[in-house]
Write a protein that binds this ligand. Structure first.
Ligand code: HEM
Length: 184
């Protein structure tokens, strides 16, 4: 494991500024989150299915879409409950979700717009159901934390693979990245 998911979670909570008030708003709305999760999954997989490349990934394995609908529902509901108050279990679960996406070849170009779809769908539903702006803000923050886990997993797996294969040090790798970026 390249990073400590729990430490990463703590850093993200601080940087995204997920406060105790945000956590309270989420847990208070946990029943609502569970209720709307299947509709959110519907919107999400409908969106992925309309993109040729993502649709191919989704249908590459028999029964995958069906299973994913349920895992999405669980994922969505967990944002509200925080599992263990957004602690170790939450962090390890998010890290695992990140690694699974890396394994199936899903990168930032897929995940970032997909999370935007989730955020927009939730915003619409919040308005329809006359939910507070505070809840919307809290949801926006936790979605960004979850997104950061998937993005970080992509970076960690890629860099660990290069380091293992080449035996380079972290410092040399960073220098090569900086040089490469400068020449682009
Ligand atoms: C908002 C971003 C996303 C969220 C929250 C999300 C959520 C999840 C969850 C919870 C899992 C299950 C992990 C497990 O089995 O433990 C999963 C797996 C997966 N997701 Fe996503 N996902 C996102 C973006 C995407 C995108 C953009 C694609 C593109 C096609 C995708 C395709 C997949 C695939 C193929 C798997 C693995 C299925 C398997 O194990 O057969 N996901 N995702």
């Amino acid at each position: 494991m390249a990073i400590d998911p729990n430490a990463f979670m703590a850093t993200m909570v601080r940087r995204v500024q997920l406060t105790d008030a945000d956590k309270a708003a989420l847990t208070e709305a946990a029943a609502w989150g569970k209720e709307i999760a299947p509709a959110m999954a519907e919107i999400f997989y409908d969106y992925l299915g309309r993109d040729e490349e993502m649709n191919t990934i989704l249908n590459a394995v028999e029964g995958r879409v069906h299973r994913l609908r349920q895992t999405f529902v669980d994922w969505f509901a967990e944002m509200f409950t925080g599992m263990d108050n957004w602690g170790k279990s939450y962090a390890e679960r998010r890290w695992k979700i990140g690694l699974i996406h890396v394994r199936v070849g899903i990168g930032p170009q897929h995940v970032v717009p997909a999370m935007a779809v989730v955020v927009n769908a939730v915003r619409q539903k919040l308005r329809q159901d006359s939910k507070s702006e505070a809840l919307g803000d809290a949801l926006g923050k936790i979605c960004m934390i979850d997104l950061a886990f998937i993005e970080q997993a992509y970076f960690e797996v890629s860099s660990q693979a290069v380091l293992q294969e080449t035996g380079w040090t972290q410092a040399l790798f960073q220098r090569l990245i900086a040089t490469g970026a400068a020449s682009m």
